[in-house]
Design a protein around this ligand. Structure first.
Ligand code: NDP
Ligand code: OXD
Length: 310
């Protein structure tokens, strides 16, 4: 009998259990840490699980991620690399990610932070406006999310560029690729949006060196992964005005520790890893579809290249 182990640490199992009960009543649904007999587990559906736990499931045939990013799963040195791992591709997350990026762009581009401060001081003062065609935005990562963000911003008239590992051609978006293309890309990015996956190559990429390559006085919108950001370098870049503002959704330690200086920083906007949340019919149907496809011997969507790390 197919038996699915659900383990998250952050997601409520109820909607997932209900979706399986409705569409695949033949599948036994177990919720971590109530694994039962580990030999019975045939599939896993996880955001994050205790280190070494997957290794103890000798008959697991496929692992489905509860997220688009999977670094938190494969960082476990004992992760069973011979078992296929499937991440969420879009699955209702794309529109949410684009909304989040758009919110950050509009907030900074339209100087809403400054207007809020002026309102608090009862000050009626018009600031100089910048036309979208003169606002240069850079999107790091041109995958499912980055492409949608770049396309949406370009359609709104912004001057948009994107950076990816391999070259991409996108109408209305200037493309840069690889380490050789990074400097030129950064040099034109007044607003930098990060939607990279966290891999060995991208860990710590949002560092002082990178901030120094930006035009200066711009904004960072960071919705990739906490491990991309060197927090002390961000604080220094804000202090030195190399960056004017940062909107951060992801952090090296989540929840963000109570003593983090980011909480109260006047030019930092913190959100608790909510840019996109996978509790929707779209996400459950993608996982169910992948589950069914895998059982039929067809290729599910989102197979992770473990060696590349995404
Ligand atoms: P994809 O795999 O579709 O896209 C990843 C993009 O990053 C690709 O364009 C890829 O290049 C590029 N990339 C990877 N490594 C490098 C590198 N070393 N240098 C330059 N570019 C690189 O991922 P998604 O768009 O689906 O998701 C992106 C990330 O968003 C997730 O991994 C996750 O970390 C984050 N996320 C955050 C959420 C939140 O709520 N804050 C929610 C969901 C996801 P190429 O095209 O050449 O392969
Ligand atoms: C994801 C996330 O990777 O929520 O889907 O961060």
């Amino acid at each position: 009998m197919p038996t699915l182990l659900f383990a998250s640490g952050i997601d409520d199992p109820a909607p997932w259990q209900a979706a399986f009960a409705k569409h695949r009543p033949d599948v036994r649904f177990r919720v971590w840490p109530d694994v039962g007999d580990p030999e019975e587990i045939t599939h896993a559906l996880i955001w994050r699980i205790e280190e070494g736990a997957l290794r103890k499931l000798p008959n697991v045939k496929a692992i489905f991620a509860l997220g688009a990013g999977i670094d938190q799963i494969i960082r476990d040195a004992t992760f069973p690399r011979d078992v296929p791992l499937f991440r969420l591709v879009d699955a209702g997350l794309r529109e949410q990610m684009t909304e989040y990026a758009l919110y950050g762009v509009l907030h900074w581009h339209r100087q809403m932070g400054q207007y809020a401060r002026q309102q608090a001081a009862g000050e009626w003062r018009m600031l100089e406006a910048v036309h979208p065609s003169h606002r240069r935005i850079g999107v790091m990562g041109l995958g499912v999310f980055g492409m949608d963000i770049a396309r949406t911003l370009a359609a709104m008239g912004y001057d948009v560029a994107g950076w990816s590992r391999t070259p991409k051609t996108l109408d209305g978006v200037e493309g840069f690729a690889g380490p050789d293309g990074l400097e030129a890309f950064l040099g034109r990015s007044e607003i930098l949006i990060n939607v990279l996956p966290l891999t060995d190559e991208t860990r710590g990429i949002l560092s002082g060196r990178l901030f120094a390559s930006l035009p200066g006085g711009g904004a960072l919108i960071h919705l990739g992964r906490g491990g991309h950001l060197v927090e002390a370098d961000l604080l220094a870049a804000l202090e030195g005005k190399q960056l004017d503002w940062a909107m951060l959704d992801v952090f090296p330690t989540e929840p963000l520790p109570a003593d983090s200086p980011l909480w109260a920083h006047p030019r930092v906007f913190v959100t608790p890893h909510v840019a996109a949340q996978p509790v929707s019919d779209a996400a459950t149907s993608v996982v169910l579809d992948n589950f069914n496809r895998f059982e039929r011997g067809e290729e599910p969507s989102g197979r992770v290249n473990i060696a590349a790390g995404y």
